[in-house]
Design a protein around this ligand. Sequence first.
Ligand code: NAP
Length: 335
Amino acid sequence: MKVLTDISLKPYNTFKTDAIASTFIIIEHEDETRKLNHYTTRDKYLILSGGSNTLFKGNFKGVILHPVFKGIGIVGEKDNNVLVKVSSGEIWDSFVGYCVENNFGGVENLSLIPGYCGAAPVQNIGAFGVEVKDILEEICAVNIETGEVITLRNEDCNFGYRTSIFKNQLKNSWMIVSATYRLTIKNHLCKTTYAGLQNELQDKDTLSPAGIRNAVINIRQKKLPSTEVYGNAGSFFKNPVITTEQATILKKEYEDIPLFPVDDYNVKTAAGWLIEKCGWKGKKYKTAGVYEKQALVLINYSGNTSDDVLELALKIEESVSKSFGIQLEREVIVI
Ligand code: NAP
């Protein structure tokens, strides 16, 4: 365990905000997660993994817990599936790469999502029709105030659209130390329902985990900015879920509005489309901006504070609310 004081969080968040943390603890071994009470019972604390979904609006006066312990391994087989356990400090895309190299199927649609494995189940990351909840078997978590260890089955995690029990009842006090995924070893299901993915796969004999991973990587590299180049956190907003009645009214006015059924009463629409329709795509606002190829992504050009990103987010929320009567919800967590 390394305990650092008064350090800049700039290398630890993908918006590259230069906020200062009073205490920053790098957790290098899993067993150290059970010995954190000295810090967590004294001060305000926050678990920070890859910092790819967090926007710091100021300095953090408290303790930041940064787990980096690694490990990926097969822990069992079940029917046609293999069970792969991954530690929280692994980079998510390295885990996806490991699975695809071994021809384990189910996780390939989630290629190139930034962040660490410990954070993936917290917000039930999803892309191209697959979410963590579809493949997760169980989670091992530790209470960072008491050291208690628990195992949660998939059904215990209360997964929803970009949410889980770790964003609600177990928020902050429990740290995920590892997650076990159930992946296919043959007869892969290969989910290709998204038009963008189908188009990328066209003319290619690529219906395999490796083929889908390549296609997803190509799409993401074309449409999303690298965090190495621009401070950003991928999708800033969630896709709004609206009632079928509201969707019917909007469809009459906007024939091309994307609508995807959720259940008998609700429909999902695309936040990126709403933002683009309001004229924000590619626009700059002070030292912030909306990415020119994907309106869901906000950019921090300043590399210091994130004040302008927050102001821009508010302006976008106002525009969308005024034009469509839809209140956008943020995927990014503001601290
Ligand atoms: P897109 O194809 O332009 O579609 C816009 C939105 O419509 C998507 O966000 C997606 O919702 C929804 N959608 C499209 N086809 C759908 C279908 N067949 N069934 C249900 N919903 C559908 O999307 P895109 O911007 O290129 O993104 C492609 C995928 O990458 C999406 O799944 C998106 O969530 C994901 N992505 C993730 C991040 C991130 O930071 N985590 C950033 C950008 C994109 P969903 O988002 O609910 O899938």
